[in-house]
Write a protein that binds this ligand. Structure first.
Ligand SMILES: [Zn+2]
Length: 277
């Protein structure tokens, strides 16, 4: 097997590692300072192979790691990472290996820098969140995916999500859209205020207002309002011609029966299902 030296083969380094077919000569003290895993590795008394890591003939082999990722990680503890600081490859490698080697500040750095990456997008956010335990990112990333039509998702993002997650995204978008169409098509029942003197007028104004103010927002092709936003909108607008009390009773009843928030239930259910993949 042909083995070559990495650009991170430092002549004054103390320990030789092999990752795939590449040798690295690194400073053990720096690695120990950053990572409890390396700290433990160097604290174990040498066994039968006391020369392990001393030179190229007996490197410490790091299995299950790609040399391209390890290259990126090496920029981090040695402080030469500025020019790589927001590239996707660098940040993915950094969070992957920082998670593997328990390098806390490497994880923190990657998590803080990812949103500045030119290629940052919801599919990558969800992938990173689920692969490297960034729990706080799961829900916002999933919600952003649901907010975008899947027709605009590039193939590489679908691949990044994996078939079960991609299917869940498509299924949730379909459920939300079907629910919005259903809501838009059938106006919610008008709740008459018991002292209303113009109930028939209020009913017809509500039905007209539903079409003009609710249905159009729910069916908007580019910027359909969520049920939550719709609830807020209904609380803030005045339906023309309808008495104030009937509108108040009707909107309260709509909020109470939860019809406008069904999509929230679909999304929450889908986020819980993500744990099963
Ligand atoms: Zn009324």
């Amino acid at each position: 097997m042909l083995v070559s030296r990495s650009r991170h083969y430092y002549p004054d380094g103390t320990t030789v590692f092999q990752v795939e077919n590449t040798l690295y000569r690194l400073h053990a003290s720096l690695l120990q300072q950053r990572s409890p895993i390396f700290r433990h590795m160097f604290s174990v008394p040498p066994g039968t192979n006391a020369s392990e890591g001393k030179d190229d003939s007996a490197p410490i082999c790091l299995h299950g790691v790609k040399s391209s990722d390890f290259d990126h990680l090496c920029f981090y503890p040695f402080g030469c990472f500025v020019k790589h600081s927001s590239s996707e490859d660098f940040l993915v490698a950094l969070i992957k290996l920082s998670t593997l080697y328990d390098i806390e500040d490497g994880r923190e750095y990657a998590i803080a820098q990812f949103p500045t990456s030119p290629t940052w997008r919801p599919a990558l956010q969800l992938h990173i969140a689920r692969s490297y335990r960034v729990e706080d990112w799961i829900e916002p990333a999933f919600r952003q995916l649901i907010a975008n039509p899947t027709i605009s998702m590039p193939w590489c993002d679908a691949e990044l999500l994996g078939l079960p997650t991609y299917h869940l995204v498509v299924q949730t978008i379909t459920k939300v859209e079907a629910q919005q169409k259903l809501l838009a098509f059938y106006p919610a029942e008008m709740k008459e205020w018991i002292f209303c003197t113009t109930p028939e007028n209020c009913t017809s104004c509500w039905e007209l207002g539903w079409w003009n103010h609710v249905a159009r927002h729910l069916l908007h092709p580019d910027a359909a309002l969520s049920g939550q936003k719709m609830t807020e909108l209904l609380g803030s607008i005045k339906i023309p011609g309808m008495c104030h009390h009937c509108q108040g009773e009707t909107v309260s009843s709509l909020v109470e029966n939860g019809a406008l928030l069904m999509e929230e239930a679909f999304i929450s259910e889908a986020i819980q299902q993500l744990d099963m993949f």
